[in-house]
Design a protein around this ligand. Sequence first.
Ligand code: FAD
Length: 303
Amino acid sequence: MSVLLLADVDNGVLSPATARIVSAAAQLGPVDLFVPGPPAAAEAAASLAGVRKVMVNANSLLADSLVATLSGLAEGYTYLVSSASSQGKDVMPRLAASLDIQPVTDIIAIEGENRFTRPIYAGNALETVSDPQARHVLTFRASAFRPAAAAGPAPIEALENTIQSVVAFIAGHRTESDIPDLSTAQIVVGGGVSVGSAEGFQLIEKLGKTLGAAIGATRAAVDAGYAPNDWQVGQTGKIIAPDLYIAVGISGALQHLAGIQGAKKIIAINSDPEAPIVKIADVVLIGDLFEIVPKLTAELEKL
Ligand code: FAD
């Protein structure tokens, strides 16, 4: 009942999502990781609790060669696993097809060795599926699991690159930021369209900076040009599961709520006591965000 896990490596660094997927996968059996990245990423992976062995290929591989590599390694593993990241969404369905296995994707809870819970209908319902296949191809939603603790180090085995990719990597465009990663942040401050402008969004960013939080936004705020695309939270944005989500001037439309269901506590700042977000929030501050947010930030800065 062992697990072969494809690690996520971002810009040469092991993605924080991998530690979360390791803790999920370790519930199924001992975990061997394949790391498509540099030795430093392999060393970070080897220090996670639950990892038995790390295999590393220093070339950053593209989907077709990742599938070929994983197919070659798959023999003897009951579970072939990755995060439901863009890499996981690219690689795992191809791998499943090549092995003639029906994948189970976007798992948020493990109920048993072949029973998994996953959201459907944009997070409006959860289904528990039984997977009767002898081998399983699975993707996990990283934000639903706690990161694995530090342990090890597990042994690291370097693999030779024998597979020729037919896909060429042309270019990548990256946004540099010192703000925590939205998908894995413990605190997120989200702003809605009522913030009114990109300049107004600096209020949200200042509050976020005081708390060491990541910044999120509604689609309405993104569409209005107040916040960048990669801040969008919700059905068509990022799925987050912070310990604390502060929703500032956000109505709580179903499509936004689909992205914040994993939040442990929600504070809503809204002028409308009837807003849907108010009904699900743990703490509600009714009033004008332009008065409340600067005051809250100033008080927090004193701490
Ligand atoms: P509004 O709904 O306009 O709410 C603004 C809120 O601010 C109100 O509650 C109001 O009371 C409050 N307010 C106004 N002024 C103040 C003030 N001065 N102080 C305090 N509070 C104030 N949305 C997402 O967020 N993420 C998604 O992924 C997403 N995907 C979608 C996919 C589809 C297919 C569709 C159709 C829609 C999607 N949407 C998504 C859009 C969604 O339906 C809502 O339109 C959007 O979430 C609303 O954003 P908002 O809360 O900023 O704006």
